[in-house]
Design a protein around this ligand. Sequence first.
Ligand code: BTN
Length: 324
Amino acid sequence: MADLEADLVIALRRAMHYLTRDDLARICNADPVQICEAVSSLLERGYRIEEIPGEGYRLIDLPEIIDDVSIKTLLRAEFIGREILTFRSVTSTNDVAFALGRSGAINGTVVVADEQKRGRGRLGRSWHSPAGCGLWFSILLRPDLSLPDSSTISLASALAVAETLVEEFGIRAEIKWPNDVVVNGRKICGILTEAECVGERVEFVVVGIGINVLNTKDDFPPEITSATSVMIESGVRASRGRLLSRVLEKFEREYMRLCNDGFSSIRPRLIGITTVLGKMVRIRSGSKEIEGMALDIDHSGSLLVRTENGVTLRITVGEVVRVE
Ligand code: BTN
């Protein structure tokens, strides 16, 4: 049904005049009863479609909500988003994508929710995901990469988000290794990548991306002191559907580069947009804490840090804070 609805919206968007039920049935290769059902379902989901008896249908506006049909009509990607599932509210889109991965969902499936009741962050933290504010979504991937190489998918995701924010809104978005996207030190996007493995083999990877889009300062609870949003930084009330489409398109390109040509194909751009290089940092990794100069991101995506006593450490996971 969702495909018919997408075809119907595309036909109505292209039309310069009203289209009758029979016109739509012909264009969409469906029967008139299916067209009626699809129109009702679209109306229920917030599409503004006008019907004039004897004339037909006209699309007045797309819904403000994030909706699979509107994303499909905006998205120009090969395989990312071939299947899109949208929800008003879920526990966590990563949980839904994981369940889908286990039940055989295809490579590139995207799960989007307007609200997450138990959004998850890295290192066991929660992720504040209220309705109507952000883009909370997960991408299911079935990469032909080893587990260590799969960790570079997070870096590619951060690159895709940061570059999209720069290009679309002129925001000075940067990456705080490994995969936070920040603007002037405030977090605008977080990424949680999880993998299902059988022995050494990666069955699938779920990349969960949270972007604060429409949040005002008051939308963040008092304990979140260092967050920002697209609206706060640019003053623009961005369309979440359009932003999601742009991020998915860019992500697909970076991911294909990674799979075909390896991490070195995206490393120079990643280094160019990473904030901490050349700075003193403190890194918390499990119960360990180290301090030193962040030197570089190596060919596996790890952060190279030179400690006070001149030893260079290769950090694969951790929470980085700048120290002055
Ligand atoms: C972090 O910075 O700690 C990672 C935050 C990741 C949040 C996203 S929102 C969509 C997906 N679903 C989740 O539960 N978490 C990720």
